[in-house]
Design a protein around this ligand. Structure first.
Ligand code: NAD
Ligand code: ZN
Length: 395
């Protein structure tokens, strides 16, 4: 089959690889009908080389049609239309029982000290082949796959794999008081959906980014915006919009943005040449630059407010402004989305004809899988109006 494979920094290719097959009775194999490129894939594309091997198959936002199931998989059968959560969880361990699906005891990558295995996301997360491919083997398929109805286009459902539950969790974790105020830093796909969900739940929302098309998309959905490329003091500008105090809650939908910073570039070049265990702590020296958005969030939130971090941070010793955080008495919540915990809340919203979250207005590109390298490039460089890029293995 064809698959999107990693070969080095900003070097991904579409190659012939062997077809996946059922290995465990709890597996399923699906034929992929839509897969997407996520902001998290940009971390692999740019930064996380030390944790990837040449030829690794990328991708963790996937939906398709069930081809085959193992003997222990009962809730889906060949022909069913399914969305695959990006984290792999068993559904029956202690962690899953608490709704902490991203910490599943069964799939935790213990030898690396990491949480639940993820599709297409480095050796840190189990080196599981990803879904930017024609077919995907789905472990723990007795629990993970979400059955969705036939009929509506894939765009209605594919974001259940990651974008929607991530944004939903970010808003829940932001603990916004009733009719409260929230600032969303970063208006990529995750930030767009955080802003729309918070609005849908009745809150006042301001979104911050520096990319014109992303600001425009947020405006189109009724979100007040601050253009970070035009304002020197973003936290000050957001505070001003909230009576000088700052919003009740802030969501960081940026994560590590290493691109462009000279310190980050040098560190990445050096770490790319080293074995994992030495490279990982060294990567943190780029942390100062990578954490710009989080520092702005800490500055922006009102005293006693909550910061909800959905953006992925990767350094192991990133410096934090503890005095400022302690003095302001902020609450910090973060983590990978526990996808299956939120999908029952989200499913009715995506099947609703009136499209309350505007899922049909997020994808800017639908490209054949073969054009994945181009898709990654425009998504990373924010060219050609790219906000969400979908890939189609069988256009
Ligand atoms: P993206 O790269 O498209 O979006 C990031 C946006 O942040 C860009 O529009 C960029 O212009 C903007 N930005 C950069 N620095 C900024 C700053 N200082 N202030 C305001 N905006 C700034 O990616 P995405 O797909 O929207 O994902 C966003 C983050 O969420 C990524 O870090 C991704 O890894 C993470 N993520 C986390 C989970 C999870 O489970 N927690 C799931 C999916 C994605
Ligand atoms: Zn993702």
């Amino acid at each position: 089959m064809k698959a999107v494979t990693w070969h080095g920094k900003r070097d991904i290719r579409v190659e012939e690889v062997s077809d996946p097959f059922i290995k465990e009775p709890t597996d399923a194999v699906i034929r992929v009908t839509t897969t997407a490129i996520c902001g998290s894939d940009l971390h692999l594309y740019e930064l996380m080389g030390p944790f990837l091997n040449e030829g690794d198959i990328l991708g963790h936002e996937t939906m398709g049609v069930v081809e085959e199931v193992g003997a222990d998989v009962a809730h889906i059968e060949p022909g069913d239309r399914v969305v695959i959560p990006f984290n792999i969880s068993c559904g029956h361990c202690d962690m899953c029982g608490r709704g902490l699906f991203a910490q599943c005891d069964t799939t935790q990558v213990r030898d690396r000290g990491m949480g639940a295995a993820l599709f297409g996301y480095t050796s840190l997360y189990g080196a599981v082949p990803g879904g930017q491919a024609e077919y995907l083997r789905v472990p723990q398929a007795q629990f993970g796959p979400i059955k969705v109805p036939d009929g509506p286009p894939d765009e209605r459902f594919v974001y259940l794999s990651d974008v929607l539950p991530t944004a939903w969790q970010a808003v829940r974790y932001a603990d916004i008081p009733d009719v409260g105020t929230v600032a969303v830093f970063g208006l990529g796909p995750i930030g767009q959906m955080c802003a729309r969900i918070a609005k849908h739940l009745g809150h006042w929302v301001v979104g911050i980014d520096g990319v014109p098309e992303r600001l425009e998309m947020a405006r189109r959905h009724g979100v007040r915006v601050v253009d970070a490329s035009e304002v020197d003091d973003v936290p000050g500008a957001v505070r001003e919009l909230t009576g000088g105090r700052g919003p009740d809650s802030v969501i960081d939908a940026v994560g590590m943005e290493a691109h462009g910073s000279p310190v980050a570039k040098i560190t990445q070049t050096i770490t790319g040449l080293l074995p994992d265990m030495i490279a990982a702590p060294l990567m943190t020296t780029a942390g100062v630059d990578r954490m710009a958005a989080l520092h702005q969030c800490i500055d922006t939130v009102r005293r006693g407010g909550t910061i909800s971090i959905s953006g992925v941070y990767g350094g192991m010793a990133d410096p934090m402004p503890m005095l400022r955080m302690f003095d302001k008495g902020v609450t910090l919540r973060m983590g990978q989305a526990h996808v299956r915990r939120w999908t029952n809340d989200l499913l009715p919203l995506v099947v609703d004809e009136s499209d309350p979250l505007g899922v049909m207005d997020l994808a800017t590109h639908r490209l054949p899988l073969e054009q994945a390298p181009h898709g990654y490039e425009i998504f990373q460089k924010k060219q050609d109006g790219a906000i969400k890029v979908l890939l189609d293995p069988a256009p």
